[in-house]
Design a protein around this ligand. Structure first.
Ligand code: SAM
Length: 227
């Protein structure tokens, strides 16, 4: 995960923007006025900007592991969402393109549940298995993306599911270089660990794509209400 160094994230985060747009549309269908909103993993504000323009609220707190420049003018809580003491009685907890980084989703679910008001809403998007499959089929490395029905079932244990959407986005590029740059700029890089992008690997990877420089993003959006 290299979000801090992904300086041009906003310019390249095509999939993350689509997913965030759709998440907000789904939230608005359920409710659009909240007292306390807490956003997890706000980063450079792709989702936050949409929250500000689509929802009415009294207070908005932004969380992330790192404090981005964007977050400077907001109330923030910096740190790993799994270890922080979260505010209580929240009306809406929202997050986009973050939960795929969190391995222990059960722990996260239980923690968020306790921080919500009784009729509070948890709304999130996350990438699931099949994401960047074009790359992982070559590198044999990937984030441990979870299965979309598994994710839904996990949250249905504690929450009433008000909305669910499973979709995929295919991002197309004109060259391998452009594709790799997109990955670098969005910090969603599978080329970590043991895989080294040597000149030879570049050529092999180019052959692997066989002229079709495309990346798949599969995601789930869930709107959950505390029972
Ligand atoms: C792909 S970016 C998404 C940023 C923004 N939400 C968006 O929609 O584009 C993922 C963000 O999640 C943050 N993040 C990852 N793991 C986290 C954790 N355990 N607690 C808080 N933030 C986390 C990263 O620092 C990064 O800013």
């Amino acid at each position: 995960m290299k979000f801090q160094s992904a300086k041009r994230y906003d310019e390249f985060a095509y999939a993350q923007k689509i997913v965030a747009d759709e998440l907000l549309k789904m939230v608005v269908k359920s409710r659009s006025e909240f007292a306390q909103i807490y956003e997890i993993g706000a980063g450079s504000g792709v989702l936050t900007r949409r929250v500000i323009s689509s929802l009415k609220y009294d207070e908005l707190v932004l969380n992330d592991i790192y404090k981005s420049d964007f977050m400077a003018s907001f109330q923030t809580q910096i740190g790993d969402i799994l270890t922080l003491n979260l505010p209580q009685k929240l009306d809406l907890i929202i997050s986009s393109s973050v939960f795929q980084w969190i391995e222990n989703l059960d722990k996260l679910r239980d923690k968020l549940y306790l921080s919500l008001n009784n009729d509070g809403i948890l709304a999130f998007s996350m990438f699931c298995d099949g994401t960047l499959q074009e790359l992982s089929s070559f590198t044999k490395q990937s984030l441990k993306y979870k299965n979309n029905s598994e994710i839904k079932e996990k949250f249905a244990v504690k929450f009433e599911i008000l909305g669910v959407k499973n979709e995929e986005i295919i991002a197309k590029f004109s060259s391998l270089k452009e594709l790799l740059n997109h990955l670098k700029q969005t910090g969603v890089n599978n080329l970590n660990g043991n895989f080294k992008l040597t000149k030879e690997n570049f050529k092999l990877l180019e052959a692997h794509f066989d002229g079709n420089f495309a990346l798949t993003y599969k995601y789930i959006n869930l709107i959950c209400k505390k029972r």
